[in-house]
Design a binder for this molecule. Sequence first.
Ligand code: XMP
Length: 319
Amino acid sequence: MAFDAGKFIESSITGIKAQVGKKRAIIAVSGGVDSSVAAALAHRAIPSQLVCVFVDTGMMRLDEANLVKSSLAAAGVQIRIVDASEEFLSALAKISDPEEKRRIIGEKFIRVFERIAKEEKVSVLMQGTIAPDWIESGGASRDRIKSHHNVGGLPEKMGLSLCEPLRDLYKHEVRMLARELGLGAALSERQPFPGPGLAVRIVGEITPQKVSIVQRACRIVEEEIESAAHAGDIERPWQYFAALLSDSKTVGVRGDERSYQYCLVVRAVSSLDGMTANFSHMPHPLLQKISTRITNEIREVGRVLYDVTNKPPGTVEME
Ligand code: XMP
């Protein structure tokens, strides 16, 4: 049966009201469409009982906090910004195992929420988890591919009950809800962004310098791909970003001198729901423009690669 966004909104408002009752709930928005839709639904269901938080983990896209604040304000949702970047980055120092990173990030998220929850006297945690998040985290007797942070890092005794109104939905259905809720095209059509943020786009140990490299590179990739799509040169991919292979530097030349610098991967994929994906066939002049801008504007990067791996066998993110 075709997904009916209007009916879903009605029934989930009833469901949220029933589950939350007279309690107060907290929701964390990340700037992605899932958490924004969950927040907008919760705002419709329990406006005076909802605390909406944006946790700055220090691993968000450039200017993310301001953008999230203004987009959600347009939909009537007020958010509280909590800067937890030092806390996250110091917990991740010297950690390079991908699952360990995800576990730490998931746990930190919950700890930060617990703190705010106490301050705000909140007892329900709302999340924008969608079906691929828990399927790939090993739900329904499937193998665990990676622990999506909103599932894998969840401590058993977190002291908050969980409400996940989008649990059974896929991304394209969430976008339909976003349009129906009037969240605006900038948000409803926004490319997905992973819960653990840029951490999964830094292969190896995370440092503030590497985060800054990936932030600037992602901005360049977004600008160039969006402008090519706007000009009608390409169809806008499902997701497009840069990732840093920070364990491996490569040799190059800058001016007359040898350089030994970071290697950056540009990734763009088409997909319907993130469960499978095909790498996008980008025109070479566009790739060249992206590569030239990255090596000119980000002096720490000496080489740019384009990822030509589908999912499977790859995943969309590097970790
Ligand atoms: P992967 O890398 O698993 O990504 O092929 C599939 C889609 O999910 C996003 N992604 C996440 N989203 N929490 C999320 O909410 C996560 O931990 C997470 N990991 C990956 C990814 O950006 C892609 O859209």
